[in-house]
Design a protein around this ligand. Structure first.
Ligand code: SF4
Length: 323
């Protein structure tokens, strides 16, 4: 039993609930690790996926509540199976055996103590994969400092810089202040480190462009140019998808429009990158044709070309064939 679950302060919500007694905070998770899927993912940034794919682990629960979340089945805690530290260590080792390039923990902060325990067990059994911490950027400085002890690459979002809008869209008015502080610590703790063309350490800051909120994206790019130049990589993402329940309707919330990013908006962002002299990083191609939504109730939640599943809560026994 981890003592810190007795009064949980792991994320900026600082709920203070006793998760070991079954009390649930904002993330709706008790003290057990709840995992939905572990897959070799090929849809992440190239330095994370080249070769055998990024060994991506999707957990239940989230510390934000974004109305447009693609992983809503996870963030609402609808999908996932309980695993203990030994199970998780076994999954890590299987990821490495099947060729994953790293372990990529997605929105995993509520399970940080259990993940640390599982990593320690797996390291003793020979695990050598680097660790990627992939999240919303909504982390406490204390948690980031703790993560810095074992994370090689931080992969935070920087979603918006406007507090009222963050309150309306993510249920976190303090998101801009918290995320900026967390990213500063990540960048200090994990300097960019390349060896023979391979990214071995550093921070990749992701920004998902939200249709209708291009001004917000321009501000985020400015912040990145002022604060991250030569110290971190920027990843500009254009994969916003309209939630299935909102398709065919002209949904709009806090300025966000439920449609895909238009080509004129994309062009404006490219000009901004040019004007700011941001050259290092990644940008998704605008593709009107491609709109898909992961289904975590399937053994493989993603299109097959993006994902080779190693373990799933929807497969009897957990592991897929290939052991
Ligand atoms: S991890 Fe969950 S319970 Fe703990 S502070 Fe964050 S939201 Fe609250």
């Amino acid at each position: 039993m981890k003592d810190e679950y007795r009064r949980c302060l792991l994320c900026p919500r600082r709920c203070g609930v006793d998760r070991s007694a079954g009390e649930l905070g904002f993330c709706r998770q008790d003290d057990r690790i709840r995992l939905a899927c572990a897959t070799r993912h090929f849809g992440e940034e190239p330095p994370l996926t080249e070769g055998g794919g990024s060994g991506t682990l999707f957990f239940s629960g989230c510390t934000l509540r974004c109305g447009f979340c693609q992983n809503v089945q996870l963030s609402r805690s609808e999908v996932g199976a309980i695993v203990d530290e030994n199970d998780l260590a076994e999954i890590f080792l299987e990821m490495e055996a099947r060729g994953a390039r790293n372990l990529n923990f997605v929105s995993a902060t509520p399970f940080l103590p259990g993940i640390e325990g599982a990593l320690e067990k797996a390291r003793h059994q020979g695990l050598s994969l680097p660790v990627v911490w992939n999240g919303s950027g909504y982390e406490t400085v204390e948690t980031v400092r703790r993560l810095a002890g074992f994370v090689d690459i931080f992969l935070p979002d920087l979603k918006l810089l406007d507090p009222p809008r963050s309150g309306r869209l993510f249920a976190a008015r303090d998101y801009p202040r918290v995320a900026v502080a967390a990213i500063r610590v990540m960048v200090d703790a994990a300097p960019l480190r390349w060896e023979e063309g391979e990214l071995k350490g550093g921070t990749i800051v992701r920004h998902l462009v939200l249709p209708g909120l291009i001004e917000e994206s321009l501000r985020v790019l400015e912040w990145c140019a002022e604060n991250l130049r030569d110290r971190a990589l920027l990843s500009l993402m254009l994969q916003f998808s309209v939630p299935p329940e909102s398709r065919g309707r002209s949904g709009r919330k806090a300025g966000l429009e439920y449609r895909q990013v238009r080509s004129d908006e994309y062009d404006r962002l490219l000009r901004q990158l040019d004007d700011l002299g941001i050259e290092e990083g990644f940008i998704q191609e605008a593709d009107d044709e491609e709109e898909w939504w992961p289904n975590f109730e399937d053994p493989n939640p993603f299109p097959a070309q993006y994902s080779k599943v190693v373990w799933s809560c929807n497969v009897p026994g957990g592991f897929t064939e290939g052991r």
